[in-house]
Design a protein around this ligand. Sequence first.
Ligand code: HEM
Length: 310
Amino acid sequence: MPKYTAHRPQVVDPAGVDGSPYARPMPITTDDSRAATAIETGGKPLVDFEGTSNPYIDYQSIDLLLSLQHPRSDGYDEMCFFVMGQVKELLFRGLHHEIVNAKVQLDLDEVGNALEILTRAVAFIDYITESWNVLSTITAEGFSQFRDTLGTASGQLSFMYRHVEFALGNKNRELANAHRNVPHVWPAMKDALESPSFYDSAISLLARRGLPVDASALDRDWSETYAPNDSVEAAWREVYTDPGPHNELYRLGEQLTALDQQFSLYRWRHFVSVERIIGYKAGTGGSSGVAWLDAVTRHRFFPELWSIRT
Ligand code: HEM
């Protein structure tokens, strides 16, 4: 595709950016102080600030964020790829926050709270799936103009994505091990691998609500990949004998199925887009590419919720 040249105007002078990853100090305001300010400004927005920054920049370190886009080639499409990669990392971060907190609520037996949080989690996955609409505008030719500059970098090495997979229950020690050498990432990754997942909490909840679940499903080596369990399937089947909004376990089952369905759609969009962009060429991360993705695309987080439908 693009034979034309990319113009990439600098919007931030990196020399002036505070590169600290920590929250910047800033004052808080209140309803009263905001009302007083609006009287002082005559209702117009504030435009004069002291120092070398402003509160919008400092609240989310926006100048730092917007100085982190560094395409490494002249390929026109690389800026789009770069930005969308970063956007996806942020969206996975947001999704992870919701899954972790839905688990906390399940552990507290607050199923209603978990359901509310899961509604947002599903919306996040939907949004991440839609992001492929932008990425899919990158053609095979456009991608080949910058693919070499990726070296062996691959989405497979996204530790944020791996956290999402592990939080939901798709554990994989081999893929976690890719982060062993990164001291500021590995402890949290190892902890996520070896701790019960959100689905493990859902299974414990079924047992606490009196449904018979094998001890082997309630206490196991949490780092092992989850294998479908007959007693968990029977428990969900029992829940589904009483469908309807009055049954919160049924609503939980349906919400988990919606989440699993949306995640499958995300994987599918990635898979199809990859096939369109690189065909059957090997991946940058060392895998066979589409063939490897074909297997991971068929994964389901909550297998019993699918098998009971048959
Ligand atoms: C647009 C061009 C893209 C292509 C051609 C592509 C290709 C691939 C390939 C071939 C793999 C298999 C592993 C390997 O690299 O050997 C892979 C895995 C993966 N990619 Fe992409 N990818 C693209 C964009 C993205 C983006 C923008 C993201 C999001 C940050 C992403 C996230 C992932 C993840 C998370 C995996 C691992 C899947 C898993 O473990 O289940 N990819 N990709």
